[in-house]
Design a protein around this ligand. Structure first.
Ligand code: APR
Ligand code: ZN
Ligand code: ZN
Length: 361
């Protein structure tokens, strides 16, 4: 059976998104059909629309989602109809060299549904990050579904599906932040704010928020930052050193992803400290650093893929911490909108006035 539902589609590069009737097939082997409840609007959706990710138009946008499994393929055992799930865009294969070495969070062979969703005329859709969740139903690989407690607010926990997990994981998983550590986070948008929340969760005692926008810095204080630095007014390296006894922070997270912010992170870190790059650079960017400083300062320079998360381990754990009041995911939900309001949400994102607009379906 094929399901006819409404979905938000980017048809051509830069064109405004449109609400279209889409056709979603019943799940085949390894697949799950999911009724979407909520889906957050992420920068990546905007990047797809602008043709900055690939030219495989038309795209079915949306990927930070909570839903309910409505049907599964014949061989699927990990989820069942009726399960409340958060979708992820890195389904673990279980067979690649990373998985076989017991490091499934780095799975090199992530996968999506094999069948295609289409427009009514049969044109195949490319789902954003292999999900496509601005739709009443979507088809994914069963491994993209992680079962969570249905009592938790869908809009809040669905954000763990992308940017919020990337930030929290950059601090907890990649950065390995420990109780008593000093942490600096450069860039306090959705990802950086989540990194601040992650550092607070881990017990960091000094958490320095760095941004060029005072509004973002004020909000960072409500997310767990202990100090702020406006790097358009002050040298962030000097300021971070001054706030950490003259030494630099144990972990510095670059949640912007530009050569200059990476250099700031590199020099704002204490000897033998850790730099985590979680902001995503663009292809033309290059990095130049004195190799002697790379050696002489020791420590580790790491990149964080999706917060190096393992959804089956991290999503239920973070949902639980949210339900216990120890992780404020509600703070990331700036507004709840309808499926027809994505363009307005993109505008607000560009203006920087929201952390996340969340579509309720
Ligand atoms: N120094 C410090 N902060 C900066 C700088 C800079 N040079 N340039 C931008 N910022 C701040 C912005 O003011 C904003 O608060 O970085 C923040 C970026 O936030 P968002 O635009 O909301 O982006 P976010 O969703 O957090 O993603 C950050 O991670 O997933 C990637 O593609 C994404 O590279 C981006 C990064
Ligand atoms: Zn794998
Ligand atoms: Zn995203």
């Amino acid at each position: 059976m094929v399901h006819k539902v409404q979905g938000v589609v980017a048809r051509f590069k830069g064109a405004p998104v449109t609400l279209e009737t889409i056709l979603v097939p019943d799940p085949g082997p390894g697949e799950a059909l999911v009724d979407i409840i909520t889906s957050g609007v992420c920068h990546t959706d905007l990047h797809y629309k602008l043709g900055q990710i690939s030219d495989d138009f038309p795209f079915l946008l949306g990927h930070e989602a909570t839903g309910v499994v409505s049907a599964v393929g014949p061989d699927v055992t990990e989820v069942a109809p009726g399960d409340r799930v958060i979708l992820n865009w890195r389904a673990v294969c279980g067979e690649c060299r990373a998985c076989r070495r017991g490091r499934p969070q780095y799975c090199f062979n992530t996968h999506n549904a094999t069948q295609k969703m289409t427009l009514e005329d049969g044109t195949e859709l490319t789902p954003a990050l292999g999900i496509g969740a601005f739709a009443e139903k979507t088809l994914v690989a069963a491994g993209q579904c992680t079962k969570v407690d249905p009592e938790a607010d869908a809009a809040a926990v669905g954000l763990l599906g992308c940017g919020v997990m990337a930030g929290i994981g950059a601090a907890l998983n990649t950065g390995g932040v420990q109780r008593g550590d000093s942490v600096a986070v450069i860039g306090c948008g959705g990802v950086g704010s989540a990194a601040i929340a992650g550092a607070a969760l881990a017990g960091a005692t000094t958490i320095i928020a760095v941004d060029i926008n005072d509004t973002k810095l004020d909000r960072a204080l409500t997310m767990g930052a202990t100090d702020t630095v406006n790097s358009s007014e002050n040298d962030p390296v000097e300021a971070i050193r001054a706030l950490t006894g003259g030494f630099g922070a144990d972990v510095v997270i670059d949640a912007v992803g530009r050569p200059e912010t990476y250099q700031q992170a590199f020099y704002a870190r204490d000897l033998a400290g850790t730099v985590v790059l979680v902001g995503v650079p663009s292809p033309e960017m290059t990095l130049e650093l004195p190799l002697l400083d790379v050696f002489g300062r020791g420590g580790s320079l790491k990149s964080s893929w999706y917060g190096d998360c393992l959804p089956s381990r991290d999503f239920p754990m973070l949902v639980s911490l949210y339900q216990q009041g120890r992780l404020d995911l509600d703070a990331f939900v700036s507004e709840r909108i309808g499926i027809g309001q994505i363009e307005e949400a993109f505008d607000k994102m560009r203006e920087g006035t929201v952390l996340r607009s969340v579509v309720e379906l």
